[in-house]
Write a protein that binds this ligand. Structure first.
Ligand SMILES: CC(C)(COP(=O)(O)OP(=O)(O)OC[C@H]1O[C@@H](n2cnc3c(N)ncnc32)[C@H](O)[C@@H]1O)[C@@H](O)C(=O)NCCC(=O)NCCS
Ligand SMILES: Nc1ncnc2c1ncn2[C@@H]1O[C@H](COP(=O)(O)OP(=O)(O)OP(=O)(O)O)[C@@H](O)[C@H]1O
Length: 196
């Protein structure tokens, strides 16, 4: 069974994914795999350079801050970048998933609903947190400005849209309560994964 895990920037997707991992659930972090593919795939590198120019890469390494400065302020360029990267991530996930021999896996995707990838999951978990907490957390974690965090938030659906679509919601304010919530959710997902 594939459980899609998503949430807006700074909501705590990665934090919740780590809690599932500590329980022993295999976790696929799309952001991380996307970055790896951007570094290792000549086809992706070529496509991004064609789209954004030579400055998008330094050698084989993508220039993330340069790419972000363009795509998070230009919806058309973001869509074209996604069209280059997402199909490769989808293929990579399928190969990874086929090797997993467990009741369920977690697929963490920042833009699960925005890309329609929730339809490829058996159920979905949304991580939420108050917007001001999310902005503060990312500013502290990434040492970036409020405006830079907001430029990413503007390219993501608001929580009230995602809540309508999610099967489960983890309101990640207090970490202790989040851990308890994820442990309970794990047992629910185990039961759901077993054929009746
Ligand atoms: C634009 C890039 C290079 C910026 O890299 P950078 O390290 O600065 O940011 P990072 O990847 O950590 O993203 C920070 C947050 O931005 C948000 N974000 C990332 N990609 C997207 C996107 N395509 N649309 C909306 N929000 C996004 C997420 O909340 C993410 O967690 C990178 O985000 C990227 O390549 N994005 C396009 C590929 C993608 O969609 N990856 C995510 C799922 S596969
Ligand atoms: N409940 C919490 N209380 C305080 N800080 C938290 C909480 N949950 C997560 N954080 C911190 O907030 C930051 C963002 O969390 P995390 O990286 O898990 O979010 P994310 O949704 O994966 O963000 P991104 O979309 O940027 O990958 C991290 O530094 C994390 O340690």
């Amino acid at each position: 069974m594939i459980v899609g895990l998503t949430g807006g920037i700074g909501s705590g997707k990665t934090t919740v994914a780590k809690i599932f991992e500590e329980i022993g659930v295999p976790v696929y972090i799309a952001d991380k795999e996307a970055k790896l593919l951007m570094e290792t795939s000549g086809e992706i590198r070529g496509g991004i350079i064609e789209l954004l120019g030579e400055e998008a890469y330094t050698g084989n390494l993508p220039n993330s801050s340069y790419i972000a400065s363009i795509v998070f302020n230009n919806k058309n360029k973001l869509d074209l970048l996604n069209a280059i990267i997402h199909p490769a991530v989808k293929k990579h996930f399928k190969e990874w998933y086929e090797k997993q021999k467990v009741p369920y896996v977690i697929k963490e995707v920042a833009i699960l609903f925005e890309t329609g990838s929730d339809k490829e999951c058996d159920c979905t978990v949304l991580v939420t947190a108050p917007l001001e907490d999310r902005i503060k957390r990312v500013m502290e974690r990434d040492q970036v400005s409020k405006e830079e965090v907001e430029s990413r938030i503007n390219n993501q659906w608001p929580d009230n849209e995602k809540i309508k679509l999610a099967d489960y919601v983890v309101n990640n304010i207090n970490l202790v309560k989040t851990k308890q919530c994820v442990t309970t959710l794990h047992h629910t997902l185990l039961a759901k994964s077993r054929p009746v």
